[in-house]
Design a protein around this ligand. Structure first.
Ligand code: ADP
Ligand code: MG
Length: 584
């Protein structure tokens, strides 16, 4: 094919693809424009998760009528005049691309009025074709309505996720901007219902409460730090408050929401040794630096920035958050008292446990497998069978460190992780009942009322039918509150609030698996949360019951998440270790 210049419609759709990926991107661009215009009040209205309507109204400076058509053109901006300006940008927008891009993939109407004019004007754009300017009487400010996003790019429509997911992205976006701009009044209306309404009075903690619920927001630690030109403010979770992924870590740099930033690692380093492996903090941090310290022109959707001195940014974040953490949360001492009378911090390995750790350490295992008979001078002392197999009948000896059961089998010693084992037992019982389509459910004498954050509540709403299947009876009880009326009988003695939180936490929003996968995953999550914990002393009866239950499992050797439930020290291996066998 000969080389050709692309027709303008094609070129503009390609360009639009970089900026407008989903309804939430439209919301982002329009909200940013409103903030750039100095709005004190921003109202976002969406219908059908933004597919049919995204409308953003503001009371900002407005656009003069004679510039309205120009604003819709590509590379038309009032925020940048020269290339040097690019390196000291104080506005959120600067490329002059958003309106043109959105207008090329939707039916857009913009009306605007400046404080100095009597009349405003309105313009309609459809698939990039700009209509005639009409004079209108309108209040000062700008309203942009985007209807039928991607109506002319059906391929894009196919990439949109379920409505609940798209809505969650919009919610997350508006709430985070509300947090970043607490003196601006934000209102989010979804299908006619107001789902967020901030006061615009500067109270960030109040907005945090709408994001995470009152309880969590109260516990979050406030950060206020300044080093040279770097200012860090915001909130981080205390060490007791964690998540299983990094999704609740938010960074704003100079008023911009930045994603996938190395700053996340700085934050995680601050929590180093304070959190269990696989747990992550929650954080909303706002970093202010002089505009010339950051390059904002590195990402099409402006979701990344580059710092002139990245190390500095990194260390300021790490230092300030670590300091706050240590000030508020002393490092836990004597977290667990084990049999040897020494103590270990959670997540750390006590020296006396190093043997057990080496045996159980998954990493070591893999290494041994990778280099059979390799550099390790010691014979591998691992005898951890990963194949799914029944376990032999075991004789219980007792519990150690309130964490492991010790048992004797026909061929040596077994150490059983009580939490992992119980998780496995609960999971298999629940799934067995589930397959038989009858999960016995037990009503609570007094239903428990649990308050969730708005996004968790939204998630829960989508899962209520699944939960009924699993034996949970959960009912809405006012805004974002739920009443747990019944639990699966298996969990009858568990804390209903913990159960409910386990149901909504960590839901992977980007996956839309098959129904039965969802169910298995929810079941796994609940079992994990409600299984006995390490550090919980079990009565001899409970120990026996757990072991007996484990023996009946189909896959007793791993927990539902694949970690081992037990370590086997064979007679042979013990003899070797004690020098009773083999030349040493
Ligand atoms: P950019 O924000 O990068 O300048 P946009 O395409 O988003 O590009 O907007 C183009 C121009 O339209 C802006 O520079 C601004 O002058 C004007 N504009 C857009 N939205 C608003 C608004 N809500 N209030 C006032 N002016 C606006
Ligand atoms: Mg813009």
């Amino acid at each position: 094919m000969p080389i050709r210049i692309l027709p303008p419609e094609v070129a503009s759709q390609i360009a639009a693809g970089e900026v407008v990926e989903r309804p939430a991107s439209v919301v982002k661009e329009l909200v940013e424009n409103a903030l750039d215009a100095g709005a004190k009040s921003v109202t976002v209205e969406i219908a059908a998760a933004g597919r049919t309507l995204v409308q953003v109204a503001d009371d900002g400076a407005g656009i003069p009528s004679d510039e309205l058509a120009l604003a819709m053109e590509r590379h038309a901006t009032s925020k940048l005049t020269s290339a040097e300006d690019l390196f000291r940008i104080a506005t959120l927008g600067f490329r002059g691309e958003a309106l043109a891009s959105i207008g090329s993939v939707s039916r857009l109407t913009i009306s605007s009025c400046t404080p100095s004019s009597f009349m405003g004007a309105r313009l309609h754009v459809e698939g990039g074709r700009i209509g005639r300017l009409e004079k209108t009487g309108s209040p000062v400010g700008t309203v942009v309505s985007v209807e039928d996003l991607f109506y002319n790019v059906p391929a894009r429509l196919k990439f949109l996720k379920q409505d609940a997911t798209e809505r969650r992205a919009i919610d997350a976006l508006v709430t985070r901007y509300a947090l970043a701009y607490p003196t601006v009044l934000f209102k989010l209306i979804e299908d006619g219902t107001v789902s967020l309404h901030t006061a615009g009075d500067g109270d960030r903690r109040a907005i945090l409460a709408t994001l995470y619920g009152v309880d969590v927001s109260r516990q979050m630690l406030e950060i206020i730090a300044e080093e040279d030109d770097f200012k860090v403010t915001g909130f981080i979770s205390p060490t007791a408050l964690t998540r299983s992924n990094r999704k609740e870590i938010t960074f704003f740099v100079n008023g911009r929401w930045i994603q996938d930033t190395p700053l996340t690692s700085a934050l995680l380093q601050a929590y180093h040794t304070l959190l269990m492996v696989g747990r992550y903090p929650m954080a909303v941090l706002f970093i202010e630096v002089p505009p010339e310290e950051v390059d904002v022109n590195v990402h099409p959707a402006k979701a990344e920035v580059r710092f002139r001195s990245p190390d500095k940014a990194f260390s300021v974040v790490r230092r300030s958050t670590r300091r706050a953490l240590l000030a508020y949360t002393p490092i836990p001492q004597l977290a667990t008292q084990n049999l040897w009378g020494t103590s270990a911090l959670p997540g750390q390995v006590d020296p006396t446990w190093s043997l057990a750790h080496d045996i159980g350490g998954e990493k070591q295992n893999q290494e041994n497998e990778r280099q059979p008979g390799g550099v390790d001078p010691q014979p591998p002392i691992t005898n951890l069978q990963s194949t799914k197999a029944h376990i032999p009948l075991l004789r219980l000896i007792g519990q150690i460190g309130a964490t492991y059961l010790v048992a004797e089998g026909p061929d040596g010693l077994y150490l059983i992780d009580q939490h992992a084992a119980h998780e496995r037992v609960l999971f298999e019982k629940l799934m067995a009942q589930f397959v038989r389509q009858k999960i016995p459910s037990q009503s609570l004498l007094t239903p428990a009322v649990v308050e969730l954050s708005r996004s968790s509540a939204e998630l829960l709403n989508t899962q209520i039918p699944v939960l009924l299947h699993l034996g949970f009876q959960v009912e809405s009880f006012g805004q974002n509150s739920y009443q747990v009326r019944a639990l699966p009988a298996l969990f009858a003695h568990s804390d209903p609030a913990a159960a409910l939180h386990a149901l909504v936490e960590d839901f992977e929003e980007d996956e839309s698996p098959l129904q039965n996968e969802i169910e298995a995953r929810i079941a796994g999550r609940v079992c994990k949360r409600l299984a006995v914990k390490a550090g919980q002393v079990l009565s001899p009866e409970e120990q026996h019951a757990l072991l007996a239950d484990l023996e009946t499992c189909t896959s007793p050797r791993t927990c539902p998440h694949g970690r081992p439930t037990m370590i086997h020290l064979s007679v042979d291996m013990l003899e070797r270790q004690f020098g009773r066998k083999g030349a040493r």
